[in-house]
Design a protein around this ligand. Structure first.
Ligand code: AMP
Ligand code: GLY
Length: 415
């Protein structure tokens, strides 16, 4: 029986731990650092996801059979390389391969070289050159800081002044760190997330999902880490699917092999269905959050076997149920801006509620511990039924400090 360590402490990791807890091959699950929801299924270890050396030591000491990495921050620090060096089996890409997420310029250059469809772009490290470039562009202008910026490194500027102000923040004042800026063509269309298990040139698609990035109903308000998701996607035709798989995900995986930096783990295509076809908005080198929480509950196969198959260069068995899932994020009022922590939460015990940012306080209460706090998943025979169940679940949760969107998936099921 296997001992597994999951690195991370959000809803994504809760969903991974939940799936692992159903495996007949797993005897013990650890999560570092985990959260209050995860703690019901795993032993939470107080090591940060960025404390790579201690995570490696823990895995060695505890004779862990498999480590699964959740967050990009751990990948960017080379946690996979260090686990492999220590002889530990680990699911995730190397530091070099995770550049596909961590460096926008790397991803863009790869797509250009291998003819993978994406928005046109230019990259700059000199403020003056970037300013004279944007002055010749039509609006809106998409500006991306070239590095990890916790989802805050993308600005869509609707005026030249705003674009110049953003360039000043990114290139002169180093607001996100010292780096380059990618300036790209604005695309319009439906966004969706295509997560694939990748073992070098072999690509095994997971079911698709759609995230909802804006804070409030009708896609209003600021961009967030994601306020809800659903799966599968009625608006994706067979033709769309084949194109996304063959011309984007497989082509990209082969490109990585060709570059001498093969990818292993989850390659996440943040794609957009535009009037000129499907294009890449971004790649991530990990499971999406909250997409994972609506996709994994539909997986019938043993997820431990799936992870091990990828690591052992074998074909994983992926069997899905034919249900629909809709998940709603409950976030702390103020998010994605300033918010407080420590509000007491009651009635969040359901198995279908994933914890994104919670902890148990000194008095033994379940309290909020982040911007995104809980994720309630409804499952049904249609998106409408899934939505009803998700809303029912949300209404049971007692915490005045939280807000949520009521229209997750609505564009798909109201048609
Ligand atoms: P990213 O971090 O690259 O995924 O960007 C965050 C969000 O900004 C995306 O989910 C899109 O909604 C939006 N976005 C990024 N690039 C573009 C683009 N070229 N055109 C339109 N919207 C974009
Ligand atoms: N849901 C977006 C992400 O995981 O990056």
């Amino acid at each position: 029986m296997a001992r597994v360590l999951v690195v991370g402490g959000g809803g994504r990791e809760h969903a991974i731990v939940h799936a692992l807890s159903k495996s007949s091959k797993v005897s013990q699950i650890y999560a570092a650092p985990g959260n209050a929801g995860i703690a019901k299924l795993a032993v939470c270890v107080n090591i940060k996801d960025t404390d790579v050396d201690n995570l490696v030591n823990f895995a060695k000491y505890e004779k862990i059979d498999l480590v699964v990495i959740g967050p990009e921050a751990s990948l960017a620090l080379g946690i996979v390389d260090k686990m492999i060096e220590a002889g530990i089996k680990v699911f995730g890409p190397t530091k070099a391969a995770s550049q596909i997420e961590c460096s926008k310029k790397f991803a863009k250059d790869l797509m250009l070289k291998y003819n993978i469809p994406t928005a046109k772009y230019q990259s700059f490290d000199k403020y003056e050159q970037a300013v004279s470039y944007v002055e010749g562009l039509s609006l809106p202008i998409v500006l991306k800081y070239d590095g990890l910026a916790a989802g805050k490194g993308v600005v869509i500027a609707y005026s030249i002044d705003e674009a110049i102000e953003t360039l000043k923040d990114m290139l002169l004042d180093d607001k996100f760190g010292h780096g380059k800026v990618v300036i790209e063509q604005y695309l319009e269309g439906l966004e969706f997330s295509f997560m694939c298990l990748v073992d070098h040139e072999h690509v095994y698609p997971l079911e698709m999902a759609q995230d909802h990035k804006r804070a409030y109903n009708d896609d209003l308000g600021p961009n967030t880490g994601g306020m809800g998701a659903y799966s599968p996607l009625p608006f994706i035709t067979k033709e769309d699917y084949d194109f996304a798989l063959n011309e984007i995900m497989i082509k990209t995986s082969k490109a990585m092999v060709n570059e001498g930096i093969p990818f292993t783990g989850v390659l996440y295509g943040g794609l957009m269905k535009t009037k000129d076809g499907i294009k890449v908005i971004e790649f991530n080198a990990r499971f999406g959050d909250p997409e994972t929480e609506v996709v994994l509950p539909r997986l019938k196969s043993d997820i431990y076997d799936v992870f091990m198959a990828i690591i052992n260069h074998e074909e994983p068995k992926l069997v899905w149920d034919d249900s629909y899932t809709i998940g709603i994020v409950l976030a702390t009022k103020g998010y994605p801006g300033h918010y407080e922590k420590g509000f007491i939460i009651e009635n969040a015990d359901s198995d279908d509620i994933y914890h994104m940012g919670t902890k148990i306080d000194d008095n033994g209460n379940l309290v909020t511990n982040g911007g995104r706090v809980l994720f309630a998943v409804g499952k049904g025979k249609s998106l409408k039924e899934a939505n009803q169940k998700a809303i029912e679940l949300v209404k049971e949760i007692k915490c005045d400090a939280l807000f949520y969107r009521t229209d997750i998936g609505a564009k798909a099921y109201r048609k």
